[in-house]
Write a protein that binds this ligand. Structure first.
Ligand SMILES: Nc1ncnc2c1ncn2[C@@H]1O[C@H](COP(=O)(O)OP(=O)(O)O)[C@@H](O)[C@H]1O
Ligand SMILES: Cc1cn([C@H]2C[C@H](O)[C@@H](COP(=O)(O)OP(=O)(O)O)O2)c(=O)[nH]c1=O
Length: 200
């Protein structure tokens, strides 16, 4: 079973993901960007304020393809529970917003384009937990250390996440990320326990 955690920078994904290690000791914990050299390339791009948005999309997507074949597919074939801190929806929301800000880069609907790029080869999560937080609080928590962590940009990323939730209401579960870390963890654990129970 593939579970993904999504949300704006600073929404508390990594905090929850780390706490879940203890609750699900047998699960495979993974993340995007990954710790491979593809992931290193992605982090170089994040630090580059002038990165071409389309080039950046394909760097992230290369990292995702490698993540699928090296980590996700083998784990799912073994029947493991996989919990990923960010996954394809981050690309749909973030690169959709970056391309949109670049006048769509000639694309009629950047978010749909990014979804289409993934469709032939990617694996859809069984469950996506969306940590919902307003962009101002998210940017403040994240510390605005990179180009993606500014409130204005995060507002358009959040709009994209809302589109994704609307088109896929059965896969997404929204968790209110303004709650305390303990409450966010409890809500996430409840959702996970139900989903894991159902899949047995
Ligand atoms: N529920 C919460 N309420 C307040 N602060 C939080 C909460 N969850 C995480 N934080 C803090 O916000 C910052 C970003 O959290 P993090 O888990 O790294 O978010 P993300 O992985 O989504 O970027 C960290 O300093 C973390 O301690
Ligand atoms: C996985 C992924 C991340 N990102 C962005 C979100 C983050 O600003 C940055 C690094 O991701 P991450 O290390 O998960 O940041 P955080 O823990 O602050 O949420 O990359 C994308 O734009 N597209 C993607 O596909």
């Amino acid at each position: 079973m593939l579970v993904t955690l999504e949300g704006l920078d600073g929404s508390g994904k990594t905090t929850v993901w780390e706490a879940l290690h203890e609750r699900y000791p047998d699960a495979v914990f993974t993340r995007e960007p990954t710790n491979s050299w593809y992931g290193d390339a992605v982090y170089r791009s994040i630090e580059d304020d002038d990165a071409d948005p389309l080039a950046e999309l394909f760097l992230y997507t290369a990292d995702h393809a490698d993540h699928l074949s090296r980590v996700i597919e083998p784990a799912l074939e073994r029947g493991d529970l996989v919990i990923s801190d960010r996954y394809s929806d981050s690309r749909f929301a973030y690169q959709g917003a970056t391309l949109e800000a670049a006048d769509g880069h000639g694309l009629a609907d950047p978010l749909e384009y990014v979804v289409d790029v993934h469709r032939p080869f990617s694996i859809e999560p069984d469950l996506t937990i969306y940590l919902d937080l307003d962009p101002e609080t998210a940017a403040a928590r994240a510390g605005t250390t990179n180009k993606f962590e500014r409130a204005e940009y995060l507002a358009s990323v959040r709009d994209n996440y809302e589109r994704l939730l609307e088109r896929d209401p059965d896969r997404f579960v929204r968790v209110d990320a303004t709650q305390s870390p303990e409450e966010v963890l409890e809500a996430t654990t409840d959702v996970l326990a139900e989903a894991v129970g159902e899949s047995r």
